[in-house]
Design a protein around this ligand. Structure first.
Ligand SMILES: CC(C)(COP(=O)(O)OP(=O)(O)OC[C@H]1O[C@@H](n2cnc3c(N)ncnc32)[C@H](O)[C@@H]1OP(=O)(O)O)[C@@H](O)C(=O)NCCC(=O)NCCS
Length: 167
């Protein structure tokens, strides 16, 4: 896809990331994130930029527990939806999850159809105990969560498997 580029977020992206998330949070599509949270968790984020390095989308991979990660704060600029950018952002986070050795990644979402196209399957929220107690308890909607829990099982990259069997 010419002109578009995915990279780890940098501090100068925080205002753009905040703007993307804020607009979606106003529509209650995802949880708002403060500047403080974004700077704290900036290492979790990847951004998708155009040829002029304008941020058009963002996505975060959070490590929840051994073997378990979460996709959070996924947004594509409304003017650039349905061009495969959301897929690229999630794919980049899943690639990083494999490199980190995570076996499973989940998300809580209002767009299960999008995530099912990427290989996620719906699961009961009761399979996510660490998530429920660590983060959901701070959500204004807790305990009446109306999002769908989706999970994907990851296959380790070949080079990590080789390294493990060589050891
Ligand atoms: C959801 C969102 C990230 C999708 O981004 P996008 O760039 O438009 O998605 P893509 O173009 O990469 O779509 C990938 C696939 O999902 C499908 N898809 C996209 N949005 C969808 C939706 N809302 N429902 C069902 N399927 C969807 C596409 O048709 C495409 O399918 P295909 O591969 O079979 O052609 C984007 O619409 C968005 O930012 N929404 C607002 C914030 C939000 O809801 N974030 C998710 C919070 S968990």
């Amino acid at each position: 896809m010419p002109g578009y580029h995915i990279r780890k977020a940098r501090v100068h992206d925080v205002k753009a990331i905040h703007g993307l998330i804020y607009k979606c949070a106003q529509k209650e599509l995802l949880l708002a994130r403060s500047f403080h949270q974004l700077y704290n968790f900036l290492r979790d984020f990847v951004v998708l930029t155009d040829g002029e390095d304008t941020v058009l989308g963002c996505c975060a991979l959070s490590i929840c527990w051994e073997g378990l990660g979460e996709i959070r704060s996924l947004v594509v600029d409304p003017g650039h939806e349905r061009q495969g950018l959301g897929r690229r952002l999630v794919t980049a986070c899943l690639d990083e999850a494999r490199e980190l050795g995570l076996a499973r990644v989940f998300t809580l979402t209002y767009v299960p159809g999008f995530f099912s196209r990427l290989g996620f399957a719906e699961v009961g929220k009761d399979v996510l105990p660490h998530k429920i107690w660590a983060d959901c308890i701070n959500c204004p909607k807790f305990p009446e969560c109306d999002e769908t829990a989706m999970l994907i099982e990851l296959i380790a990259p070949a080079n990590l498997e080789t390294t493990a069997s060589d050891a």
